[in-house]
Design a protein around this ligand. Structure first.
Ligand code: GSH
Length: 208
């Protein structure tokens, strides 16, 4: 398997953390969606990361689909998401909130960085959406008593939130105040202290 994309993307990072925790060997191509567009395009016409290239040459695009694929390769006792039922729906809801917030972060970052004239309307909308997602995630984390969202074992929901928070703190630092979201800050610190998060990391690089 080949994983394309840089670890400053929370989407790429959550896939790499999951692959590593599951013990899957993979090659990493830290290609940039700006500097390495021509390298990425043959594997993903949308030129987005993460893209996972399988041994048969098939590409899987989008972190959700990649994680769905690798979850299908592991045993029930190892999988980091409930297979069915209300627990699955809730965990996926947390993943959707965290990755949806990251989508809004990417949109806001591009709006600020790539447009000569930014849309104040869009900036205001994205800023409010990110604040709303942080508020909702903080409330969820406060309700979760254990070390991780669903108890003693780390899951895709925990990984998605931690990766999104690091991505936020580095790409849009003015929007992240740990003092306003202490439960999320503690969650991020617990995740970032794990060897896998240290190994799968890269400081944020703005598009040149
Ligand atoms: N829904 C996608 C989002 C992936 C995404 O937005 N990746 C960004 C990097 S953080 C990207 O490829 N941006 C390039 C672009 O949109 O042109 C996923 O979960 O994989």
């Amino acid at each position: 398997m080949i994983l394309i994309g840089q670890y400053d993307s929370s989407f790429v990072r959550r896939v790499a953390v999951a692959l590593t925790l599951y013990g899957f060997a993979f090659e990493h191509r830290p290609w940039s969606v700006f500097g390495d567009m021509d390298l990425i395009r043959p594997f993903n016409p949308l030129v987005r990361v993460p893209t996972l290239v399988l041994a048969n040459g098939e590409s899987i695009i989008d972190s959700h689909l990649i994680i769905d694929h690798i979850d299908g390769l592991v045993d029930d006792d190892a999988v980091m998401l409930p297979r069915a039922g209300e627990a699955r729906r809730r965990a996926l809801g947390t993943v959707a909130l965290a990755t949806g917030m990251a989508d809004r972060m990417v949109s806001l970052f591009y709006e600020r960085a790539l447009h000569d004239q930014t849309s104040e309307l869009l900036v205001a909308r994205r800023t409010a959406e990110i604040a709303g997602a942080l508020h909702a995630l903080e409330a969820q984390r406060l309700r979760a008593a254990g070390p991780w969202w669903r108890g003693e074992r780390i899951g895709h929901d925990d990984i998605a939130v931690a990766c999104a928070l690091r991505h936020l703190a580095e790409s849009l630092p003015d929007l992240w105040d740990p003092a306003r979201h202490p439960a999320l800050a503690a969650h991020a610190a617990r995740a970032e202290a794990l060897p896998v998060f240290a190994a799968v990391s890269q400081p944020f690089v703005a598009p040149a």
